[in-house]
Design a protein around this ligand. Structure first.
Ligand SMILES: [Fe+2]
Ligand SMILES: [Fe+2]
Length: 261
């Protein structure tokens, strides 16, 4: 089996609609009509926004599964220790469960595969040739984003009085904290004698984090569309300064783009 599978080779059937990462980030709708604000149960578009977000989580879970699987397989044990491969395999297994859970949650919320598009941005970050960059970009930046999104979605479920959504998000959140923690641990372990490589990987993480502030959608206050989950990030091995840094970057973007604030 080949290593380093390109995004174009991912298996999808006719139900999926692929768009490019550039198209996804050029979509002005994601920063308009109040979408920088949290999903408000009283607003008219709440059901559509929630379904779209659920579909986004679903395709993200597929790519997280594919990415973790590739990272378990793509390297020799000289490049990534066997114990790290086991962690990646465990993550792949978790993500497979998340795919099933998210698919069923989508049905529960009234959507289906392909109602919304799929950009394979997450998998693209999982294609970096250096495993340390994958840990930084995928396990810390994107799985970190999953922590924020699932915490926000779980709180939204409380507001919506939806125990099914709440239960599922809470369980997946626990797994995501573990995935980010794996990223933090292995990133430090693999670069303990190579600070330059570590610094470059953390810079890559910062770039991905910046992109996924979604032009101001992520923030720390209650009104943000995606709330930065400080407590869970700390549990996952983020230093307080690292979280402060993401918060500051997000606030800067928010000030730059938000029109309603
Ligand atoms: Fe997941
Ligand atoms: Fe994950």
């Amino acid at each position: 089996m080949r290593t380093q599978l390109p995004p174009a080779a991912l298996a999808r059937d006719h139900r999926f609609h692929r768009i490019t990462t550039a198209e996804r980030f050029a979509d002005e709708r994601l920063n308009g009509a109040g979408e920088e604000r949290r999903m408000d149960p009283a607003s008219n578009d709440v059901a559509d926004r929630a379904r779209r977000q659920m579909h986004g989580i679903f395709v993200g879970e597929i790519q997280a599964m594919e990415g973790a699987g590739r990272t378990a397989y793509d390297y020799s044990t000289a490049e990534t220790p066997f114990a790290m491969k086991l962690d990646m395999a465990r993550q792949c297994w978790d993500e497979a469960r998340h795919v099933e859970i998210s698919l069923l949650l989508g049905e529960h919320m009234g959507t289906e595969i392909g109602e919304y598009s799929e950009a394979v941005t997450l998998f693209e970050a999982a294609c970096h040739p250096d495993p340390v960059f994958r840990l930084a970009g995928v396990n810390r930046a994107l799985e970190g984003l999953a922590i924020d999104v699932f915490t926000t979605m779980r709180d939204f479920a409380v507001e919506m009085n939806d125990p099914v959504l709440h239960f599922c998000e809470d369980w997946m959140l626990a797994d995501e904290v573990t995935h980010v923690k794996m990223g933090s641990t292995w990133l430090r372990e693999l670069t303990k004698d190579d600070k330059e490589r570590q610094t470059k990987a953390l810079e890559f993480q910062r770039t991905v984090d910046g992109l996924f502030n979604f032009r101001g959608m992520r923030g720390e206050n209650r009104e943000a569309a995606i709330r930065l989950a400080r407590k869970f990030r700390e549990m996952a091995g983020f230093e307080s300064e690292e979280i402060d840094d993401i918060a500051a970057m997000a606030a800067e973007e928010r000030a730059q783009y938000a029109t309603a604030y």
